[in-house]
Design a protein around this ligand. Structure first.
Ligand code: R5P
Length: 311
């Protein structure tokens, strides 16, 4: 008997889940994902999933109830006897605390891995992890996608000729180098320091940006300080137009306004995190990764290669 795909969504990003379901040409599964009046999350899977290949879609950005919804959904599905359960986490939150770099701090990325595995996931599908080694925090199969095909298609139509790719900090160099290779461009680097968790200082630009157009790549934008300060420093060095592409639009309060007032020409983000239409600055373009995630789900189900999506 053929195993059927079933796709369910929590409340964190239903528009993306609907896009994924559309690309798979099937409706979202029927589930009640609600809360009791005291706020406790309450989930019921409202259709049979026995023997099915189940995908639960939920990014784990704030509020923390998004994480609880994911865990409770995985538990509810697991107890309903599917053949396999995949946690589809378009944005994997709490990933930035991925090592014990100071005394008495948590490693939240590992804590998340423990919680998700315990709740019942058989495998994980995510995108542009803050650090790829987080895959090793799991002992189950892990598929790590990149938003690069979506960004490159868009940027090819937008970028002026003669541009250089910039990594906004040391941690982004590997990602930026991969984009520079794909786009056939040179690479420069921002020497950034973070004196406090939500504060950054730009020290130097390493590489030549004078009289060049620039595109900055990063995985996360939160307060926007990294991008805004990098763009200001790059402009000061004589750059022409400055573009940025960042996968996860986490967006602390006022980030959108900071982008509007910045030296950036355009910031391209994806819809791994939902923002209501019209709520972001006119400089921000949101691209959907729904089709890419849908194709990855189809390939996982059909047991086809995922890496060939990125060649
Ligand atoms: C840092 O390692 C990340 O790649 C991002 O650069 C950072 O999280 C962005 O944060 P913010 O927008 O608050 O500067």
């Amino acid at each position: 008997m053929e195993t059927m795909i079933k796709v369910f969504s929590g409340n964190a990003n239903r528009p993306l889940a609907e896009g994924i379901a559309r690309s798979l040409k099937r409706p979202l599964g029927d589930a009640t994902v609600a809360a009791f009046s005291d706020g406790e999350v309450n989930v019921k899977i409202d259709e049979n999933v026995r023997g099915n290949d189940v995908f639960v879609i939920q990014p784990t950005n704030s509020p923390a109830s998004n994480i609880i919804e994911l865990l409770v959904m995985l538990d509810a599905v697991r107890r309903a006897s599917p053949r396999r359960v995949t946690a589809v986490i378009p944005y994997f939150g709490y990933a930035r605390q991925d090592r014990k770099d100071q005394p008495r701090v948590a490693i939240t990325a590992k804590l998340m891995a423990n919680l998700i595995s315990t709740a019942g996931a058989d495998r994980i599908l995510t995108m542009d992890l803050h650090s790829p080694q987080i895959q090793g925090f799991f002992d189950i199969p892990f598929d790590h996608l990149f938003a690069s095909p979506v960004f490159i298609d868009h940027l090819k139509t937008r970028l002026p000729s003669d541009f250089v790719v910039v990594a906004p900090d040391i941690g982004s160099v590997k990602m930026a180098r991969a984009y520079a290779q794909r786009l056939g461009a040179g690479l420069a680097l921002v020497d950034k320091r973070r004196p406090r968790a939500d504060e950054i200082e730009v020290m130097n630009i390493i590489g030549d940006v004078a009289d060049r157009n620039v595109v900055i790549f990063d995985d996360i934008i939160s307060t926007g300080s990294t991008l805004v300060k990098a763009a200001a420093a790059i402009k000061k060095q004589g750059a022409k137009k400055i573009f940025a592409a960042v996968t996860h639009a986490v967006f602390a309060p006022d980030t959108s306004e900071r982008i509007q007032d910045s030296e950036l020409e355009e910031l391209v983000v994806t819809d791994t995190i939902h923002h209501p239409p019209g709520s972001l600055s006119s400089k921000i373009t949101v691209l959907s990764v729904g089709t890419l995630l849908g194709e990855a789900i189809r390939r996982i189900h059909e047991e086809e290669s995922l890496s060939s999506l990125f060649i």
